[in-house]
Design a protein around this ligand. Sequence first.
Ligand SMILES: NC(=O)C1=CN([C@@H]2O[C@H](COP(=O)(O)OP(=O)(O)OC[C@H]3O[C@@H](n4cnc5c(N)ncnc54)[C@H](O)[C@@H]3O)[C@@H](O)[C@H]2O)C=CC1
Ligand SMILES: CC(C)CC(=O)C(=O)O
Ligand SMILES: [Mg+2]
Length: 352
Amino acid sequence: MKIAVFAGDGIGAEVVAEAVRVLEVLDLPGMELIEGDVGGAAWRKHGHPLPQQTIDIAHAADAILFGSVGDFDCDHLERALRPEQAILGLRKELTLFANLRPATVFKGLEDLTSLRPEVAREIDLLIVRELNGDVYFGEKGTRTLEDGRRQGWDMMSYAEDEVRRIAHVAFRAAQGRSGKLCSVDKANVLETSQLWRDVVIEVAAEYPDVELSHMYVDNAAMQLVKNPGQFDVVVTGNLFGDILSDQASMCVGSIGLLASASLGETQTQYGTKGLYEPIHGSAPDIAGQGKANPMAQILSAAMMLRHSFGLEDQAVRIEAAVASALADGIKGGDLGGSAGTRAIGDAVVSRL
Ligand SMILES: NC(=O)C1=CN([C@@H]2O[C@H](COP(=O)(O)OP(=O)(O)OC[C@H]3O[C@@H](n4cnc5c(N)ncnc54)[C@H](O)[C@@H]3O)[C@@H](O)[C@H]2O)C=CC1
Ligand SMILES: CC(C)CC(=O)C(=O)O
Ligand SMILES: [Mg+2]
């Protein structure tokens, strides 16, 4: 079981250290951790945020545990050398097109979310975010117009096969849950979204047992705080999914709690090859202070055991340990508590 560990920048190293302790305490036979450099840390050492040796480690691994990248000291660099290119590059290089971002309210946190407790309690949703297309990967640039004004531009596009494959992932996820799927787009304005909607409707014919609905992204953002219990599986594009999932994190308490799995179609001898990371970034405002909540990273490790290694029991054990720590009042500053990164890691490890 080869696991690549790419901690990255800012709080990445702090929270990944706790997730690694959790994996080690499980004492899984044959588990091998291989570290690699990504982001600003990799740029400093190798002159590139995603050096070839890191790509090689990623290809050789069965799964990747990823921290976060982002470093303000790199803001002066041309875009291709910025830390964020490491995560975008890995997602593309490994064709990890399906990003699963689950959000549920842990017991004891109902009063700590940005919503009323009775509204928050209803949340049990899965955002299925497309990860290989959209404005993040389209042609982009800055140009000077004839009248001298500078203009930035980013091309938004989806090809039908890109929509089809993420739609299948979402329909199958809905079949395994409540059978409800909501596709979020902006088809009233964007051609990209109209094609997205047309293809999702085509794919729906293969899943008559799934109830499909459509919602414009602006309404979805509003409904997510008004009545999040109406959603089960939400499928959407790269940009909308990025934004809606950060929003969903506050509906369940904190961005320090939301884990993710990025999957493609590569199968290893153990399961589906994937990359696992919290939905948050490198949080430079709290980096190096031992304040970051490592739970999203630890829960990402649990998703890795589930999807890439078929170790459902171990995944459930980790999730139960996190839930138990929270129920016992072990909370980081992001949840109004005082537990630091290490103390939260200790609490999870001791419960395991
Ligand atoms: N996948 C990745 O590696 C991602 C990288 N980024 C990068 O991270 C850098 C910072 O971006 P921001 O927009 O500030 O987003 P961010 O997610 O890093 O932080 C947003 C806010 O949430 C807090 N926060 C985040 N994670 C936390 C945790 N585990 N515990 C407690 N508080 C936490 C931060 O302190 C900050 O106040 C940027 O360079 C950005 O590009 C952002 C998102 C994803
Ligand atoms: C850093 C970005 C490239 C991505 C991001 O914010 C995310 O994937 O959540
Ligand atoms: Mg994001």
